[in-house]
Design a binder for this molecule. Sequence first.
Ligand code: SF4
Ligand code: SF4
Length: 242
Amino acid sequence: MIHEKSLIRPENLKTHDKLVLDGVDVSGHWSTFIQSRVVTDYNEKLEEEIAALPGGEHIHRCWQCGSCTNSCTVNAQNPDFNPRFWIYLIRMGMESELLRDKDIIWQCVSCHKCTSACPRDVVPEGVMKATAHWLALKGHTPKSKSQLFDEEFAAQVVATGKIEEGRVIRNFFAKTGQPLKQEWLVEMVKRVARRLPFMQGLRMAWATLFVPRTRSWRKASAALQEYIDEQETKQRKALNLE
Ligand code: SF4
Ligand code: SF4
């Protein structure tokens, strides 16, 4: 049941400017009805699909109390950003309704306020991430910037066993079509460079040029890659993407 007025699509609200029923004038506001909807394209596996992605595992625990939405940082700015409602749609299998909000679900800022407020340990933040991931895997949205960042970050860890921040930023900017010369970044680099001890600066420059790997990393890297491939295959199967 939808019990928040803001969630009723305006086109489903019907009001008669002039209406008299059994001699009672119910014109205007008093004659507002919610037009019933018929949903025929349920995806009965939607909850299972989201639960198969990292972060979505506990979605079945939700009892719709709304604490996640009430505490949500993004909801405070945009009432259409509504984790409780999306969890409801997912559990009901209402995929087409969920897709109406596909362009804002990725906006979760991972503040975890919803997760602290949730009395059922659903981890709504994780469900938001899983849902954004699901949207991209199903081709409903392009990969989000945060997903591209995560991919770049993980690729470096797997390849070398360490992170070189400059390279992560460079590659992330290249993947997202952003210029490297951004005012805030130039300013940050300047300030860091001013305070950086000389030897540490030298080490960073060396790491940028030669991309060193953690010692004896090859086996760990192969094991990590095997695990990632296994998980991706499992997820694609759960989402019927084979
Ligand atoms: S706070 Fe937890 S239990 Fe309550 S609606 Fe949100 S996810 Fe569901
Ligand atoms: S983690 Fe995301 S969904 Fe949760 S409160 Fe923060 S912005 Fe809202």
